[in-house]
Design a protein around this ligand. Structure first.
Ligand SMILES: *Cc1c(COP(=O)(O)O)cnc(C)c1O
Length: 408
């Protein structure tokens, strides 16, 4: 499907000359690890003893009854340590760093989830850890910054550009160029220059591998459709991996924000607003203007508002293998409320995008059909945003009283 990091026309590695040797080293270490059966075994052992693998597959009995169509199953990536599928990637890369004999990791983070996951991995492995985060995000995501610092990471607020995720990525690359000998850059999703898309989706493939076995064991057949939200694309590629070569329909759900018409969204593969370009070291669809300037994106889910998207997903769209849809902020909050109330599950705002689309389609399918939703993360981290979305006056009073207490 790809030749040196290309997936159809997408992907590649557009990197400065000085980083060529480092990327070659990384690619070789990854290839070597991949061919060593002990490496995957070590990875599985680590994830079963430190995180919560295999994560369960939950039958959503009440939602199934509510919609009266397909049987709804949920893959529980929310039960990973640190609360999301991100653990699969960072712990895998941690093992690779150990193999390469490096002692320091750096990472970019937007909402802070990948930063917390990386800082956790660094604490566990005893690595030095530096996290680059846009200054705007540092202010918006204080709870995650708090945990990164407790975990021993140095959080560096990036004051360049618009002071958000893409600026943090640029700064992390700048660091890497000057510390290649000792440092590994833990990229957070299936994006960026080769071999990152391949490497990240390799570690995330554990999700699909498990889900396939679990659904076959429970139901004796495969689901009709699999749903996953799409930020950079790593949780989607992870679960899709288990069903790629079957007739299973794969559905990726992007952030529709305030609606595609409003322009305030992050729909790169499900709207006509994105175009193909090269940025941040790889070629894919970006939300950009005619001059290649990145546009502002919006989503109620901080983890879904990235301007680019995995080159692997871009290729799968071209080949018609994955269908892409968008869910609006409003639909997401409704689906989340329903899921909490009916099942006692609390999906992350990101994950709730996948639930929206599954809820639209499940009633149209037969009761013999199965649909599978990837619950990429847990929603209790989103309490500030969710409480705002629900406009709960008792929560507002609680926050005000806290403020009063600190002022006193
Ligand atoms: C980061 C995040 C995402 C988006 O990242 P992908 O690479 O697209 O998976 C989705 N869900 C949760 C819970 C996240 O933390």
């Amino acid at each position: 499907m790809h030749d040196r990091g290309y997936y159809e026309e997408f992907g590649g590695a557009f990197i400065p000359e000085v980083l060529h040797a480092t990327f070659d080293e990384l690619e070789e270490a990854f290839r070597d690890a991949r061919h060593d059966p002990r490496f995957w075994q070590d990875y599985e052992t680590l994830m079963s003893t430190y995180s919560c693998r295999p994560t369960p597959l939950t039958y959503a009995e009440n939602l199934t009854e509510h919609f009266g169509g397909a049987r709804i199953y949920v893959k529980r990536e929310d039960l990973n340590h640190t609360g999301a599928h991100k653990a699969n990637n960072v712990m895998g890369q941690g093992l690779l760093v150990k193999r390469m004999g490096k002692k320091r990791v750096i990472a970019e983070t937007g909402a802070g989830q990948h930063g917390v996951a990386t800082a956790t991995m660094a604490a566990k492995f005893g690595f030095d850890c530096t996290i680059y985060m846009g200054e705007v995000d540092v202010e918006r995501q204080r709870p995650n910054v708090f945990w990164m610092e407790r975990l021993g990471a140095q959080v560096i607020p990036v004051r360049e550009g618009t002071r958000i995720l893409k600026d943090a990525i640029n700064e992390a690359f700048r660091d890497w160029v000057t510390h290649m000998e000792t440092t590994h850059y833990v990229l957070g999703t299936a994006c960026g220059p080769h071999p990152f898309p391949e490497m990240v989706s390799y570690f995330q493939s554990i999700v699909g591998q498990e889900a396939r076995e679990q659904i076959l064991e429970r139901e004796g057949r495969l689901p009709a459709r699999v749903y996953a939200c799409v930020g950079g694309g790593s949780n989607a590629l992870g679960i899709f991996h288990g069903f790629m070569n079957d007739g299973v329909e794969l559905v990726g759900v992007e952030a529709g924000g305030k609606g595609i018409q409003s322009g305030l969204h992050a729909s790169r593969l499900s709207s006509p607003d994105a175009s193909v370009g090269v940025a941040q070291g790889y070629k894919t669809y970006f939300l950009q203007d005619g001059d290649g300037q990145m546009r502002e994106t919006h989503s109620v889910a901080a983890g879904l508002d990235y301007v680019g998207v995995s080159p692997i997903l871009a290729a799968l769209k071209h080949r018609g293998r994955v269908r892409f849809e968008a869910a609006t902020d409003e639909e997401v909050v409704q689906a989340l409320a329903l899921t909490v109330r009916k099942e006692g599950l609390i999906p992350a705002l990101e994950s709730a995008h996948a639930f929206v689309q599954a809820f639209k389609e499940a009633p149209l399918l037969s009761s013999r059909d199965i649909v599978l939703i990837n619950q990429s993360g847990r929603g209790d981290k989103d309490i500030f945003t969710i409480a705002d979305a629900f406009g709960d006056p008792k929560w507002q009073k609680f926050i005000m009283d806290k403020g009063e207490k600190y002022r006193a």
